[in-house]
Design a protein around this ligand. Structure first.
Ligand code: NAD
Length: 269
């Protein structure tokens, strides 16, 4: 840990952006299951689905209300959860570093926002589970899922009353969760693709926390950052491909994100 803290401090003394790149592991200590853990699986009828099969446009087109049921269950889990010390540490980093800081998160749970991370420096590159948008993309706008749509228990179906509310306010067609699915592409208007890539090319430090390195834009953040000369550090309870890059750069912390991010924020004060 000490070597990683020293590498972060040295990077801070160089010009450039300080990026925190977070994944589901940062919210695991708030009780939100990651996609890789056993709690990520979901049963529909007689079949058990892996999240990577269900979080797809293909699954939504085939069985939209079953996919909605999974999202409404998970939205309930996220609403019940509270930000943990890791989320709060990143709020402190944002206020300490001002415009130098950017938080790029794959998390859709809203916990960074609820902890107080400033909107101007926070990029939710996979969307937000509390929002919906038109399933036909008649417009890029998104809207809060109405409060009158309740959280669902496991295996509970979406009620007719909820189905009537899960519609695009503009065209009246079916709405969909505002998240990036595994068979979809990033773009700027909805997922900040160009902005995040640009920030990565200016990075002095990329602090990666709690991600399994399975998705594309996080890879670009780390590789563009490394190419720009940034120090890369990786915080995760398990080895992962970003750890291999960080081993050759600022180093790795193999432990829970909340304590490690707290130590980083304290050290960079
Ligand atoms: P992932 O589920 O693929 O991987 C989670 C990673 O976190 C793993 O590498 C695991 O070792 C690590 N981890 C688990 N507990 C940890 C802890 N306490 N401290 C540090 N690391 C810990 O998640 P991902 O890489 O973020 O991406 C997969 C997709 O899952 C993304 O698209 C994301 O939007 C979605 N997702 C989001 C949430 C959320 O918003 N909380 C939850 C599940 C999945």
């Amino acid at each position: 840990m000490d070597a990683v803290l020293a590498a972060c401090r040295a990077a801070l003394d160089r010009p450039g952006r300080i990026i925190a790149l977070t994944g589901a592991g940062v919210s695991a200590e708030s009780g939100i299951p990651t996609f890789r853990g056993k709690d990520g699986y979901w049963t529909i009828g007689a079949r058990e689905y892996h999240p990577q099969e269900l979080a797809t446009r293909e699954a939504f087109d085939e069985m939209p209300w079953s996919v909605w049921a999974w999202y409404l269950y998970r939205r309930g889990v996220c609403r019940q959860a509270e930000p943990n010390a890791g989320h709060h540490a990143l709020v402190r980093l944002a206020s300490q570093l001002g415009d130098r800081f950017a938080l790029v998160t794959q998390n859709v749970d809203g916990l960074h926002r609820r902890a107080g991370s400033p909107d101007a420096h926070t990029f939710a590159i996979h969307g937000d589970i509390s929002l919906m948008r038109c399933a036909r993309d008649c417009v890029a706008d998104r809207w809060p899922i109405p409060d009158a749509v309740p959280a669902l228990a496991r295996n509970e179906d979406v009620s007719p009353a909820s189905k009537a509310l899960l519609v695009c306010p503009r065209c009246g067609g079916m709405a969909r969760p505002h998240v990036l699915w595994f068979d979809e592409s990033y773009d700027e208007p909805r997922f900040h693709l160009d902005t995040v890539r640009e920030i990565a090319t200016q990075a002095a430090l990329v602090i990666v926390a709690g991600t399994s390195a399975q998705t594309n834009l996080p890879w670009q953040v780390v590789t563009l950052g490394a190419r720009a000369g940034a120090t890369i550090v990786d915080i995760n309870v398990e080895d992962n491909p970003f750890g291999d890059i960080a081993e050759r750069s600022g180093g790795v912390v193999r432990g829970p994100a909340a304590a490690a991010l707290t130590a980083v924020a304290d050290h960079l004060r």
